[in-house]
Design a protein around this ligand. Structure first.
Ligand code: IPE
Ligand code: IPE
Ligand code: MG
Length: 237
């Protein structure tokens, strides 16, 4: 991609969907798709960092995904475990700063410890910020923010009349981060499925039929080229 001619969005979000269908198409159990999806995750993250994106938010597991059959949830947790062990060194050379957004209390003590270790080893890195959304749901995130605001009002740290959009934004997991400019969804659906609802008010949405395990660097390039054709008005003219 001739990146010098294109505007690279500052913050990109990706809804990594289609792992199950990818495996089914090949006559394999759904969880196999998640294993391949994890490989795509690694490769594409490095590529996106090299493209000059400053913040990448990847949707890995939603607060609603616990509804899936226990065998599938277990398989996903095992993949996370393996991923988190590898990730301790994985993105070091690319200087990628990994943080996790979502309700960490939903995970086993072992996973929580691995998550903490990953954040700790990456905390001084200066490259792309990678938000991994795990047990993330935007409604849950907003409820959490409302509780924090209510407590601050009760404690008289905040006056109700001073509540504004920033009061809410600064209590979301993405506090201090530029809103996503572009949200990509693989797997062909045209919905957000509880991803960054507050933050995506003016994000450009790009959907591709490509299933996540098949998503390649060139597919990301296509999304960037399409993004460059969009006319973002933010309600203006
Ligand atoms: C996305 O792939 C990964 C997770 C939600 C964990 P899916 O598992 O939703 O795959 P499809 O959409 O059923 O093909
Ligand atoms: C969204 O995909 C969540 C992730 C990619 C982690 P889903 O497969 O859960 O979404 P729906 O059920 O099709 O809306
Ligand atoms: Mg899906």
């Amino acid at each position: 991609m001739e990146k010098n001619k294109l505007y690279i969005p500052e913050h990109v979000g990706i809804i990594m969907d289609g792992n199950g269908r990818w495996a089914k198409k090949r006559g394999m159990p759904r969880y196999v798709g998640h294993t391949y999806g994890a490989q795509t995750f690694r490769k594409i993250t490095r590529y996106i960092s090299k493209c000059g994106v400053k913040i990448l938010t990847l949707y890995a597991f939603s607060t609603e995904n616990w509804k899936r059959p226990p065998e599938e949830v277990d398989a996903i947790m095992k993949i996370f475990d393996q991923y988190l062990v590898d990730a301790l060194t994985d993105f070091r050379d690319d200087d990628i700063k990994v943080v996790f957004i979502g309700d960490k209390s939903g995970f086993s003590p072992r996973l929580r410890k691995l998550i903490e270790e990953n954040e700790e080893v990456a905390k001084d890195r200066k490259g792309m910020l990678l938000n991994i959304a795990m047990n993330y749901g935007s409604r849950d995130e907003i409820v959490r923010a409302v509780k924090m605001i209510s407590q601050d009002v009760l404690d008289k740290k905040l006056d109700v009349n001073d509540i504004n959009e920033d009061t809410i934004a600064s209590r979301l997991y993405t506090s201090g981060q530029h809103d996503p400019d572009l949200i990509i969804r693989t797997g062909g659906e045209h919905r957000l499925s509880n991803f960054l609802l507050y933050q995506s008010a003016y994000s450009e949405f790009y959907s591709t039929e490509t299933l996540w395990p098949d998503f390649k660097n060139e597919d990301f390039d296509k999304a960037i080229i399409e993004f460059n054709k969009r006319n973002r008005r933010f309600g203006g003219v």
